[in-house]
Write a protein that binds this ligand. Structure first.
Ligand SMILES: C[S@@+](CC[C@H](N)C(=O)[O-])C[C@H]1O[C@@H](n2cnc3c(N)ncnc32)[C@H](O)[C@@H]1O
Length: 352
């Protein structure tokens, strides 16, 4: 099938960086951009568009919408490099629009939906309240905590959340497996390891290593099939349902804690203390987190940080705040290295 090179067929050249007044106007319309991405994802426009450019009429027929409004949606998205309008008025994929396809190997479709779920549109206007109080706005909005709301009242959002977390874990799991040197490690434990995608990637890469996955009971019950009874890695895996803020009954040479130290401070401190108490002297602990500073992706991580404030009263760490929590727990901090553009690994050891 013929493919179109977006650069050779762009109807108009991208605009130069706008002046501050126009840039600010664009920024305060950020909701329009987020809504347009969400609409395209929900309509399935990227899935309907193949390698051959298509007209708005053809796409509208495929996604059951009106051609003119769909053309307007695609034109708005093209301004951001999501789809491109060709010289003959058809639309083609760009690298970003392809990632809205459900079947793309690097698909971000569920992340796009998760970041724009209906509750987010209720929460963002209350950011000034959250900044004043320093607390989540969720109880005031829905009369219950975020996860209770998600699981009791918003089943579609809960499904989107699970798919988004799986996408995000599977993509970063390969980066973590690529980064970590497991020389001398016989047992690796992933604490708060979700469904175990990081653990599975590590065990697949290192056939002599055994693994332990600890997470909440409901979460490990749905662990990656590779880890569960009958799975290819099951013989080398121990699954521990538990609460890492209470106790970490796990003996390992290497403990991974990835993207879980984003709760209130007391929970973070307790989890680190529990690891130090459980691990034998000399064991390695690798803390992997998004940072709100010292990173190439600060617009993304600071947005997540604000969303965490709104929904669970949590926070992403700065490099300094994470170093402080780690050293206060008694761990000895070693190298800090980027895992990918948005994750950092803090290599630590339990003192002898
Ligand atoms: C953002 S996810 C990160 C999952 C995984 N570490 C990863 O990076 O893909 C946070 C994880 O912490 C787990 N979690 C939350 N509270 C926990 C607790 N008290 N004890 C153990 N795990 C917990 C959640 O179930 C979830 O799997």
């Amino acid at each position: 099938m013929a493919t179109v090179s977006p650069t050779s067929t762009v109807a108009s050249a991208p605009a130069a960086t706008p002046q501050p007044a126009m840039r600010l106007r664009e920024l305060v319309f950020g909701a329009a951009c987020a809504a347009a991405v969400r609409a395209a994802a929900r309509l399935g426009v990227a899935d309907a568009l193949g390698d051959t450019p298509a007209t708005a009429e053809e796409l509208a027929a495929a996604v059951n919408s009106e051609p003119q409004p769909l053309r307007r949606l695609l034109r708005a998205l093209s301004c951001y490099g999501i789809f491109v309008e060709t010289e003959n008025g058809t639309f083609a994929h760009t690298d970003m629009s392809r990632m809205l396809r459900e079947d793309d190997p690097n698909s971000l479709r569920y992340i796009a939906l998760w970041c724009t779920e209906p509750w987010t549109w209720d929460a963002w206007p209350r950011l000034d309240e959250a900044v004043r109080s320093g607390a989540s706005v969720f109880h005031e909005m829905y009369g219950k905590g975020f996860f209770d709301y998600l699981h009791q009242d918003a089943h579609e959002s809960a499904h989107v959340f699970n798919r988004a977390m799986t996408t995000s874990s599977m993509q970063s799991a390969l980066d973590v497996a690529g980064l970590l040197d497991l020389t001398g490690v016989s047992v690796v434990a992933d604490i708060g390891g979700g469904q175990g995608h990081v653990l599975a990637s590590l065990l697949e890469k290192h056939p002599a290593v055994r693994g332990t996955l600890l997470d909440l009971p409901d979460v490990v019950a749905k662990a990656d099939p590779r880890l569960r009874t009958g799975g290819a890695l099951a013989q080398r895996v121990r699954i521990v349902p538990g609460d890492c803020r209470e106790d970490i009954p796990v003996d390992a040479d290497l403990y991974i804690i990835k993207n879980i130290l984003e709760w209130d401070d007391e929970s973070t401190r307790r989890t680190l203390r529990n690891i130090v108490a459980a691990a034998r002297p000399g064991a390695r602990v690798v803390v992997i987190e998004n940072l709100v500073d010292d990173t190439a992706s600060m617009k993304f991580t600071t947005a997540m940080d604000l969303l965490l404030l709104l929904n669970v009263g949590g926070a992403k760490h700065s490099k300094a705040s994470l170093v402080e929590r780690i050293t206060q727990s008694g761990l000895v901090l070693g190298d800090i290295r980027p895992v990918n553009p948005y994750l950092h690994a803090f290599e630590c050891a339990v003192p002898g």
